[in-house]
Structure formats: structure tokens, C-alpha cells
Design a protein around this ligand. Structure first.
Ligand code: GDP
Length: 292
């Protein structure tokens, strides 16, 4: 399990190599290396310090279990503490009622619409009858974009580009697709003022009563993720997070602030513009990427 992490901690590993007892100085050095990597990956500085503190405390106070070398012990602690930051082991979406209603929220440009296409494909492949409702009245092109994305895979999309009332569209969509297994709701990502956008999310959430609310965070935005997550989670409780655009050089460390802010785990990541560029979140891989 720790092989990938070991590789990304290659430099640090050298320092640990010959260690026979847990040496305070070496632990401090290892932590410095980790801090450097995480700050470069855009992880929020407070989170980095919180993490460092818990790693240091555990590394210096916990006895390595029998048969475990100090080196293995420290790597395991680093891994466990980082997993706490990103959300424990992968949590798949559990579709446990019908229709299962998923509300998507996120700023314009975050990749929300594309991600809805990807998730609908993912669920369809699992044999779930999935439909999409587009309530974005601010960007009428979103409806066409959704239809275009999903036309090859035969997923129905309901929208009314002329209608300016998102609640009305949501309610009609709910009625139309009530026999489907899953209904995904796309929402606006921008308003004249952020306050109005957030109010609209709150109203939609009250009307739809989603079984899951997913916040989409652009993996390349770095430190701004914290504020975005805070704003959205104040208007609508966030159940999970999808981080997009992890196909580029960004390491997605900013998204960790969104996890810390909302307490919601990352469930999927986006790795490209196509429908298939979508993966179930793998904490170990994500952590290795952050440290590598
Ligand atoms: P929305 O405004 O949040 O609905 O965002 P869109 O779905 O329209 O996406 C904005 C842009 O980001 C589009 O050009 C998408 O093709 C692109 N995009 C979305 N997800 C990803 C991803 O995972 N990787 C890459 N490289 N581009 C993405």
C-alpha cells in the first residue's frame, strides 16, 4: 500500500534509510521536506502546520509496532495523517433510493457542466437510468452544452433556456424524471452578485431536497478553493467534492482546503475534457501526487 508514497518521498527516504531508532532530528528534517512539497502543491499553510504537528507528535511518541522499522513506521504515520486530510478511504456514491437526486454546485468555469456529463456516463455504465436537469438560467448555453455532451450516450436533459425561474425548471424536471434511478441537477455558476448565486443554491436545495450535494472545485485554482468552499457550504451543506482539471501540472493541493472547510470527502476527480476522463478518487494516488 505504501509503495507509491515511498517513491514520492524518495529524498526523504534516504534520510530515513539507516535509522535504527526514531531520531528527533531526522523526523524534523523529514517533516520539513513534506512541508516544502505540500506548500508547492498549494496546500493551505495552516493545514500544512496542523499536519506537521500531528506527524511529529506521533512519530516521536508512538513506539513502532514489533517487526516494523522506524522508517516504515514514520512513512505509515505520514500516510495516515494525510489520509485524514483528504478524507478517509474512497467513498463511492451510494445510490440507495429512487430517484436519487444529486445537486451540483460550483462556480462558472470550474468544470461543473462537463463533470455532470462524466458522472451521468459513470452511473449509466453501472446500469443506472440517469437524467439531467439544467437549472442554469444565467448561461443559456449550458443547456446546449449538456445536450451535446450526452447526445451520444442517450442521457435525457431537461431545460428551458427561455425560463428565468430555476425553481420552476427544477420542479418540472423532478416530475418529468421521477421514474429514473438518478436525477442530476446542474445549477448556475454565476450571478451579478455572489450573494444572489448562493441564495439561489439555498432555494434550489430546499426545493429539490437532494440526496447528495456535490461541490465542483477546479484543481488549478490553488488557495481560492478555501473561500469558494466556505461560501457554498454556508448556503448548502456539501456532501462531497469533485476536483477537476487534474490532468495538467496542478497537484490539486488547494482542494484540500475545500475538504477541510466542508468536512466533505473527495469522491471523483476529472482528468480531461472528455466524458471518459473521470476517475473514482484514490487517496493514496492523490497523496503521492501532492508529495511527489
Ligand atoms: P462550468 O462553467 O463549471 O459548467 O464549466 P465547464 O464544464 O463548461 O468547463 C469549463 C472548461 O473546463 C471547459 O473548457 C471544459 O472542457 C474544461 N474542463 C472541465 N473539466 C476538465 C478537466 O477535468 N480537465 C481539463 N483539462 N479541462 C476540463
Amino acid at each position: 500500500m505504501l509503495g507509491k508514497l515511498g517513491k514520492s518521498l524518495a529524498k526523504t527516504m534516504k534520510k530515513l534509510a539507516g535509522m535504527t531508532i526514531v531520531d528527533e532530528e531526522v523526523v524534523k528534517e523529514v517533516i520539513k521536506d513534506i512541508q516544502r512539497a505540500l506548500i508547492q502543491a498549494d496546500v493551505n499553510i495552516k493545514l500544512v502546520f496542523k499536519l506537521s504537528k500531528s506527524i511529529e507528535e506521533r512519530a516521536l511518541n508512538e513506539e513502532p509496532p514489533k517487526g516494523v522499522t522506524p522508517k516504515e513506521h514514520i512513512i505509515r504515520i505520514v500516510y495516515e495523517e494525510m489520509v485524514k486530510l483528504v478524507g478517509e478511504t474512497p467513498k463511492p456514491l451510494k445510490i440507495d433510493k429512487k430517484p436519487y437526486k444529486i445537486l451540483f454546485i460550483g462556480l462558472q468555469g470550474s468544470g461543473k457542466t462537463t463533470t455532470i456529463g462524466k458522472l451521468s456516463r459513470h452511473l449509466q455504465k453501472k446500469g443506472l437510468n440517469t437524467a439531467i436537469v439544467c437549472t442554469d438560467t444565467w448561461r443559456p448555453a449550458a443547456f446546449d452544452q449538456l445536450k451535446q455532451l450526452t447526445q451520444e450516450i442517450n442521457i435525457p436533459v431537461y431545460g428551458e433556456p427561455e425560463n428565468k425561474n430555476p425553481l420552476e425548471i427544477a420542479n418540472k424536471g423532478l416530475e418529468k424524471f421521477k421514474d429514473y434511478d438518478v436525477i442530476i441537477f446542474d445549477t448556475a455558476g454565476r450571478h451579478k452578485e455572489e450573494k444572489h448565486l448562493l441564495e439561489e443554491m439555498e432555494q434550489l436545495s430546499t426545493a429539490i431536497k437532494p440526496d447528495e450535494t456535490i461541490l465542483v472545485i477546479d484543481g488549478t485554482i490553488g488557495q481560492q478553493a478555501k473561500e469558494q468552499a466556505r461560501a457554498f457550504s454556508q448556503s448548502t451543506p456539501v456532501g462531497s467534492i469533485i476536483v477537476t482539471k487534474l490532468d495538467g501540472s496542478a497537484k490539486g493541493g488547494g482542494a484540500l482546503s475545500a475538504v477541510a472547510e466542508t468536512g466533505a470527502p473527495i469522491k471523483f476527480i476529472g482528468t480531461g475534457e472528455k466524458l471518459e476522463d473521470f476517475e473514482v478518487f484514490d487517496p493514496e494516488r492523490f497523496i503521492s501526487r501532492l508529495l511527489g
